[in-house]
Design a protein around this ligand. Structure first.
Ligand SMILES: [Fe+2]
Ligand SMILES: [Fe+2]
Length: 188
């Protein structure tokens, strides 16, 4: 009969009913310094989380472009109040994309800013409406898609990566404000 490896002996003594840290993972954290902030507790989820964040990054970039297009179009229609709201949203979507890119790099990933695949990867659509109500409507649709995507991401990530979850929760609450503001502008 084979004698158990030292690692297995440790596991046999591991008491699942107590709140104790995994000492082996703490030791492992002292190694692999090239991984920066990524420690063993990320386990197999790191790449999936980076992929989710990159899709959200593409969405934020498309949303920035759509709001910019709408800002300049609405300004031309002499609708300064709504144009101003589109501009503020464009700036906030840009800030979201920067937060996502920063988190991707912290996780050891590469933020994908490639323009050639942006629309395919984005959850939300670009829009070239010339009419004010059509612009508001398409932005509200995009915000609702973003709210649904971020809500699903937060549920998927759960306690697997609390830093990413907090970033997503902050973005989600701002998307909810955007949707709320747009629905006030929408005429029934
Ligand atoms: Fe956003
Ligand atoms: Fe938004």
């Amino acid at each position: 009969m084979n004698s158990p490896s030292p690692g297995k002996v440790q596991n046999l003594h591991h008491d699942q009913s107590r709140l104790r840290l995994d000492e082996g993972a703490l030791e492992a954290a002292k190694r692999s310094l090239e991984k920066g902030a990524v420690t063993p507790s990320y386990g197999p989820w790191r790449e999936d989380i980076i992929q989710l964040l990159n899709d959200a990054l593409a969405t934020e970039i498309v949303c920035t472009l759509r709001y910019k297009r709408h800002y300049y179009t609405a300004k031309g229609l002499s609708s300064p109040a709504i144009a101003e709201e589109f501009l503020v949203h464009a700036q906030e979507e840009t800030a979201h994309s920067e937060q996502l890119a920063e988190r991707i790099v912290q996780l050891g990933g590469e933020p994908d800013f490639s323009p050639s695949t942006l629309l395919d990867r984005s959850h939300a659509d670009y829009d070239e409406s010339a009419d004010l109500q059509a612009m508001i409507r398409s932005n509200l649709i995009a915000e609702r898609v973003a709210i649904e995507a971020y809500s699903q991401m937060i549920a998927l990530i759960g306690d697997k990566d609390s830093t990413t979850r907090r970033v997503l929760e902050a973005i989600l609450s701002q998307e909810q404000e955007h949707a709320d503001e747009l629905s006030d502008w929408l005429t029934p």
